[in-house]
Design a protein around this ligand. Structure first.
Ligand code: ADP
Ligand code: MG
Length: 292
């Protein structure tokens, strides 16, 4: 491949809203046969809305929102932003001490003297906070409907489930159809639960889903595909995607995503539109055809 042709390809990429780290990136783009997509913020808008607050017996909705909202105010996760937004609208939020992010599981911190947890059921269970069975059922029901639900607990007691919903980007459906037309195999990879993952996958036409993975699991999932002989592109936006982006043969980040993901990637889709990934693959193929 002549450097000049690759440079021209890189310049054309910029016009298409694709930032390419170096001319050589176009060469790896061409060899890709599998495209792994992060769900939240990549296939979906990542802008969730709080749609329901499910309470354990004897719990107060306003107090749940106030404490969970205060904690989530310190997190950048899309779920956190939905919760914090809804809680702020309901009233002033208290300060948080000792805020901590538990990777892939949720958040913890001290709010108004209470040790509060918000996140996956697993996080609460690690602190022996178990959802009462009716609440666990209501949570499963919400998830089966395709919503995302996170648990809230404090002072040793599971108190509520917050239901949030995210929407697929209108451009994702077309992009994934076109990836298939180019002969690529799309795979949805997410830390979210199976039901939500399957619902989103169904909406965009992906039939291979890897769900409920921790951030370290995302790297392992990429490695596993590579061990099967696949050449893997990974598209992601979050801090939790960075290691997987680096592991992939080609890492693509959303320009709307976190700096960490952008730095770990080879190529950035400036507008956060998945159709630009299709353009990048077409561009690499045509650039390299020109060279031959
Ligand atoms: P994804 O980007 O696919 O959602 P993450 O690893 O960021 O993957 O999160 C995995 C899961 O952990 C989320 O689906 C959610 O259940 C829980 N979680 C992570 N961060 C938070 C948070 N700030 N608030 C509530 N739940 C969280
Ligand atoms: Mg994400």
């Amino acid at each position: 491949a002549t450097p000049t042709a690759l440079m021209v390809g890189t310049g054309r990429g910029a016009q298409l809203g694709i930032l390419i780290k170096g001319p050589e990136v176009l060469e790896s783009t061409r060899r890709v046969d599998t495209v792994v997509l992060d769900k939240t913020g990549t296939v979906t808008t990542g802008r969730m809305e709080l749609v329901d607050v499910l309470l354990a017996p004897g719990q107060d909705r306003a107090e749940v929102l106030r404490l969970a909202g205060a904690l989530e105010h310190s997190s950048e996760h899309p779920i956190a932003q939905a919760v914090a937004r809804a809680a702020s609208a309901a009233g002033k939020l208290p300060e948080v001490e000792d805020f901590g992010n538990v990777e892939g599981l949720g958040v913890q911190g001290i709010v108004d003297g209470h040790a509060v947890l918000v996140g996956r059921t697993r996080l609460l269970e690690e602190w022996s906070q178990h959802l009462p069975s009716e609440l666990a059922h209501a949570k499963e029901h919400a998830e089966a409907e395709g919503s995302t639900a996170v648990a809230v607990g404090w002072d040793g007691v599971a108190r509520a489930v917050l239901v949030v919903a995210d929407t697929v980007k209108p451009t994702s459906v077309q992009a994934i159809r076109e990836l298939r037309e180019l002969g690529l195999r799309p795979v949805l990879l997410t830390g979210d639960n199976e039901a939500v993952a399957s619902k989103v996958a169904g909406e965009v036409g992906i039939d291979e889903v890897i769900a409920e993975v921790l951030p370290a699991g995302k790297v392992d999932a990429i490695k596993k595909l590579q061990d099967e002989g696949r050449v893997v592109a990974m598209i992601g936006d979050g801090v939790n995607d960075a290691a997987a982006l680096a592991q992939a043969d080609l890492g693509l980040s959303m320009g709307t995503g976190t700096d960490v993901a952008i730095e770990a990637s080879d190529l950035t889709l400036v507008r956060g539109d998945l159709r630009a990934a299709v353009d990048a693959i077409r561009l690499s193929r045509s650039t390299l055809r020109t060279i031959k």
